[in-house]
Write a protein that binds this ligand. Sequence first.
Ligand code: NOJ
Length: 761
Amino acid sequence: MIKRMLFISVLSFSLFSFKPEKDTQKLINPEIEAKITTLLSKMTLDEKMGQLNQYTSRWEMTGPAPQGTNEQQMLGMIKSGMVGSMLNVTGVEATRKAQKLAVENSRLKIPMIFGYDVIHGYQTMFPIPLAEAASWEPELARKSARIAAVETSASGVQWTFAPMVDIARDARWGRFMEGSGEDPYLGSLFAAARVKGFQGNDLSANNTIAACVKHFAAYGFIEAGRDYNTVEISESTLRNIVLPPFKAAADAGALSFMNAFNEIGGTPSTANAHLLRDILKGEWNYNGLVVSDWNSIGELLIHGVAADKKEAARLAITAGSDMDMEGNCYVPNLKKLVEEGTVDIKLVDDAVRRVLRVKFLLGLFDDPYRYCDENREKTQILTQEHLVAAREAAKRSIVLLKNDGGLLPLKKQGQKIALIGELAADKDVPLGSWRAKAIAGSAVSLLEGMRSALTQPENLQYTKGPIYVSGKSLFTVPLEFNTTDRTGIDEAVKAAKAADVVVMALGENCFQTGEGRSQTDIKMKGLQQELLEAVFAVNKNVVVVLMNGRPLDISWMAENVPSIVEAWHLGSEAGNGIADVLFGDYNPAGKLPASFPRTLGQVPIYYNHKSSGRPFDGEGNVFWSHYTDAPNDALFPFGYGLSYTTFAYSDLKISSPVITKGERLQVSVTVKNTGKVAGEEVVQLYIRDLVGSITRPVKELKGFEKISLNPGESKVVNFTLDENDLAFYGADNQLKAEPGDFKLWVGPNSVEGLESSFTLK
Ligand code: NOJ
């Protein structure tokens, strides 16, 4: 106990003696801070605890059912100011009603803030975040987040639990779909863009909402890809790989962060003072609010670091978790903890200040109902304009993985096309997992998209093939895939025989991905492989359209099938977006945001790995790091993606072979469209720091630019690198660049490219 008390006082000291360098998030407004100080001085301890308390509505739940408080009790608590925030209350009517309870009954009339998981759209669904990252266009993500914010705010909600910025390396994890893939640089740009999209330029406007960066931290590194599992991660990987997107989101002004469920090195994130106090609120001087994940404070008991809820509350508030989401730990315990002197009131005040700060910044004190506008709700959700943007996002997120012999694009007339597979006619799966208020079955299916693109729709014959998921509900665990009922295969084979070209929609149901949807296997489930082989046996002109939320093992397909289109779960306009690509109305330009393994055994697989002392030498020597039954490299590497045209890279130039600290290195390369159609290319720059005080990755993405070129056209693409781009966290946890030699590549993906080198003096 003495040790613990000492720890707490050290923490309190570091919290309040910390001298902020600068307010990078721009969340501090002196006028607002003064108002908060006045309000805080009027609040009782109970009212303070109330602000730190968040309950879910009882009619929509995104976690295990709440315990301890029934609906009636909850309503009473709202009235007495004991609920600072609610999640899963949506719609103008419901949010207005709940807000009224708080504002008209509680002593200080402090408005509640309403949160909801708006991950890739509210009702107009955009591509799942992983897919959108494949566009390599952060601006696209900013726009879709902006639209999501317009729709969310029009329904009375002013806080989204997004973006999810967890780096993922293990495709077994169902939440792979929710992030931007494996790379910290790409992930950082998307994190910042999404925050800017949700929050817009004016937080007090009624169509901007607070972002919540999650899950802090390292949730994507759970062991064996099993959701909620333990994380073992070094401080170096944490700082160099996992944290950069969080930092980028904080710097972009994100109003809030969410804890992760996982422990790191024995300390659950929710009770992790190193993460929250030392790094987030200390080093980064973060001024926003930290909300726990669903009952993650209560789960400190189950983790086995707290004997009861009181201890859990003490650990969480001390570590820096400000708001208790559905954990019922703060309200019954904080008061006692403060009164008996175990928790410094300053910690509580600081947490309350952060909650109030967000409410003030959103303008809720000026008008608690500013987001409750029936007219906006009627006119600004699922609009034609939003659907146009969703189609744009869909097509730009597609990655062409293979196109041997130029089977694609397809012809709009004069070609008999067999479209095969249950997913092709599915109007629900493309909406993806974590779909907020998407209307079930409202997506444009691939079948519909293709039909409307064709000049001769009668040339398209659709055959369903065997059923995929045989279980009654997609919410049963485990999912039951059909592996026995082969009805439909013969018909598909017959259709394939009669066609010039076959398009097959294969992959995953959207509820195979998302929270709680980890898998031990990343091959296509059910009878899909069997169907593919049966069809391929009678017609080699097969185009596979993949619909999935994680990297899949598609080795057989990649080896045999001439054309593969990675179409993820693309949202409301999926079918139209895919048809745009299949028929060449849009030339695909997406690049993979994550490596596709050859086999699950390679997982975790990522391009920015370390060398090891015995890297594979390519000679078949036994004593080098390798597998005896598969290559080391990815089937499709990070950054990979084809186009209907081809690009040639030449003339890689650097401004100087040596730069000194403070100087900039200019890099240029010429890219030429050497094919017959216009196209876009993502030109990528990677570096390698050859010798460091700690080992450095064999490649690191440090820049990219998406350019558009007409046939025969060339462009010079310029990059600038400075010391910051070369910096990393060493053993002393300080961010700095170390003098020495660097390699540099510019190319179309993480394995190909022109090479150069330079020295930092
Ligand atoms: C649990 C999830 O981990 C988190 O991402 C989500 O925001 C909350 N539930 C609330 O639904």
